[in-house]
Design a binder for this molecule. Structure first.
Ligand SMILES: Cc1ncc(C[n+]2csc(CCOP(=O)(O)OP(=O)(O)O)c2C)c(N)n1
Ligand SMILES: [Mg+2]
Length: 593
């Protein structure tokens, strides 16, 4: 029997180095799913509970391994379910390929069941490459190009296979006019700016007296070079959330996160610097960068499209961060005056002390900061941390002190709810020997996390290291937004939109064969972490936390404090407790401008 297009697709994925795809079946994709009988040893089909989980898993695979992630879904509803996870990849510039089914070619245009205009649907998320395979001879270059374009432009690509085409015999393209012969491609180029541009950058950085560095995911392979440059320039280094693991947190000059979820020393550094040196980051909030005109700027990014879009940079450089820093180093002069660096290090020290204090403030029943504060020194070596979007992300970003060799991933730019557990699942597939810890809120857990927990319950026995903890903060609130409504909009908490149903997360975990630990008093927080990390199977760590502990930015501006007061006066159902916790948290320490 000749090879079908469906079988060829899997063979070609394998020839392109793809070992696994995350997916969910449907009759629109049966011709490819059926081919796993033949090619299942070369490309693994990992079934998950929801196509959105599949897309998050492919994204996490790309983020954690640097390889192309692949997901598979059926026509119509399956394809639609992928979208949010694919946008997560697109916005964080990750190479992800979506392979989706479509109705038979002869039914297209007939308003057929599950017929969706998939080209239009995917045209935005896969703007660099989305095509329908209309003929078997197209399959080769469509697969090759989907992978190659995703890798080369760090983007999402999509190939749509109508059901009948999947079943047709595969044919190599005929040797004729109008035919192409593609090959798997992709290499890791060395991209370094030209010498005169490096000279200009060095001149600017040498002239500065107070240099602030801001790094993102693009600096991930350049940790040693960043440390060296920061040392020479007497600079501190702030990290955008996507660059959370680009540099360890136990270095004295690392000011930690920046922005709404950031740290005070990052903010102080940005406010006081005269030079901004940004590497591999598209950190979006310009209000947390120096005032335009107050600092001169140098930026390095591998993607020229990302240059100069956040701050008016004087020297924008297209280049790989590691190779560019290496080329720059011999041109940089060591700053003899270390007072700026000492000031930064002092601020960093004080910040860790403040966080320690904040974590130990009493709350009802548990201060969410304590959960992360106690986890921090217990983080296993080489662990992979995943986070979701919510108030949890604040504590995750601030309180965990990552050490060398640890990894971290979250939805940095789309900032969508729900990636936390799917990312953790994919992390275990990519690195079955490493401990993984996911952190998320109860809202995200109810939205998709519980479904992804079923995947963990199904697959954990195959992992050589079974340390996987899913930490859920049970505050019965969509807390991040509750606080945004109070502080940014001046609105009281609207119970109809903010309160969520109670649910026994730990008991649910037990029910599906995992370990569940429910923590409802501060004394239990630390021993429960010890127990969770020593367990012989994945654990759901459920902490009952106080929604009235304010997840405030490191400085709140006076008008935000006024908005908060206004919200409370307008009849916030928790006004008394909010005030009590805010005062305990010494809100005044945060009000700096
Ligand atoms: C898919 C999606 N829907 C809505 C939002 C807006 N949003 C951001 S954080 C958040 C609350 C999350 O609640 P939960 O998971 O319970 O975490 P908490 O803030 O309570 O810690 C919401 C609704 C979003 N970012 N993504
Ligand atoms: Mg919540």
């Amino acid at each position: 029997m000749s090879e079908t297009v469906g079988a060829y697709v899997l063979r070609r994925l394998h020839e392109n180095g793809i070992e696994r795809l995350y997916g969910y079946p449907g009759d629109g994709i049966n011709g490819i799913v059926g081919a796993f009988h033949e090619h299942g040893d070369e490309v693994e089909f990992v079934q998950v509970r929801h196509e959105e989980i599949a897309a998050f898993c492919a994204t996490a695979h790309a983020k954690l391994t640097g390889e192309v992630g692949v997901c598979l879904a059926t026509s119509g509803p399956g394809a639609i379910h992928l979208l949010n996870g694919l946008y997560d990849a697109k916005l964080d510039h990750q190479p992800v390929v979506a392979i989706v089914g479509q109705q038979n070619t002869q039914s297209l245009g007939s308003n057929y069941q599950q017929e969706v205009d998939l080209i239009t649907l995917f045209k935005d998320v896969a703007s660099d490459f989305v095509h329908v395979c209309m003929k078997p001879g197209q399959a080769r270059h469509l697969i090759d190009r989907a992978i190659n374009v995703a890798r080369a432009s760090r983007s999402v690509t999509c190939v749509i296979f109508p059901a009948d085409v999947q079943e047709e015999p595969f044919e190599e393209p005929p040797r004729a006019h109008g035919t192409v012969y593609s090959a798997p491609a992709g290499s890791d180029p060395r991209v370094v700016p030209r010498d005169p541009d490096l000279d200009r950058a060095a001149e600017l950085l040498n002239a500065g007296e107070k240099v602030a560095m801001l790094i993102g995911q693009g600096a991930a392979r350049a940790a040693d070079e960043v440390i060296q440059a920061a040392d020479t320039l007497g600079a501190g280094v702030a990290k955008a959330l996507n660059g959370r693991d680009a540099l360890p947190d136990d270095l004295p000059f690392v000011t930690g996160p920046i922005g709404l979820l950031g740290s005070k020393p990052s903010d102080q550094m940005m406010a006081g610097c005269d030079t901004l040196f940004m590497i591999g980051s598209s950190f979006p909030y310009s209000e947390w960068l120096p005032e335009p005109g107050k600092a001169r700027g140098v930026q390095i990014d591998i993607d020229g499209r990302m240059l100069g879009i956040r701050y008016p940079m004087e020297v924008p450089l297209v280049g790989d961060s590691r190779d560019t820093l290496r080329a720059l180093m011999p041109r940089l002069e060591r700053k003899d005056d270390r007072s700026w660096r000492e000031e930064i290090e002092d601020n960093v020290r004080q910040w860790w002390e403040l966080l320690d204090e904040q974590a130990h403030l009493s709350a009802d029943p548990i201060n969410p900061q304590l959960v992360f504060h106690e986890l921090s020194p217990r983080l296993p070596d080489r662990c992979i941390l995943t986070a979701d979007s919510g108030s949890t992300t604040n504590w995750w970003a601030r309180h965990l002190r990552l050490r060398k060799g640890m990894r971290a991933a979250l939805s940095g730019t789309l900032a969508t709810m729900c990636p936390g557990v799917p990312y953790a699942f994919a992390a275990k597939y990519a690195y079955p020997d490493r401990p993984v810890i996911a952190a998320l809120g109860d809202g995200s857990m109810q939205m998709l996390g519980m479904n992804a927990l079923l995947d963990i319950a199904d697959k954990w026995p195959r992992w050589s290291n079974r340390q996987l903890v899913v930490c859920v903060l049970n505050n019965r609130d969509l807390n991040q937004v509750t606080w945004e409504q109070r502080v940014l909009a001046g609105d009281p908490k609207l119970e109809a939109s903010q309160v969520i149903p109670d649910f026994p997360y730990a008991r649910f975990a037990e029910l599906i064969g995992l370990k569940g630990i429910r923590v409802d008093s501060p004394e239990q927080v630390a021993p429960a972490w010890d127990e969770a990390l020593a367990a012989d199977r994945p654990v759901l760590y459920e902490a009952i936390t106080d929604p009235e502990v304010p997840p405030l930015p490191p400085h709140i501006e006076m008008d935000q404090a006024t908005q908060l007061a206004r919200a409370l006066l307008k009849g916030d159902p928790a006004a008394g407790r909010v005030l009590q916790q805010s005062l305990k948290g010494k809100i005044k320490e945060f009000v700096t401008r």
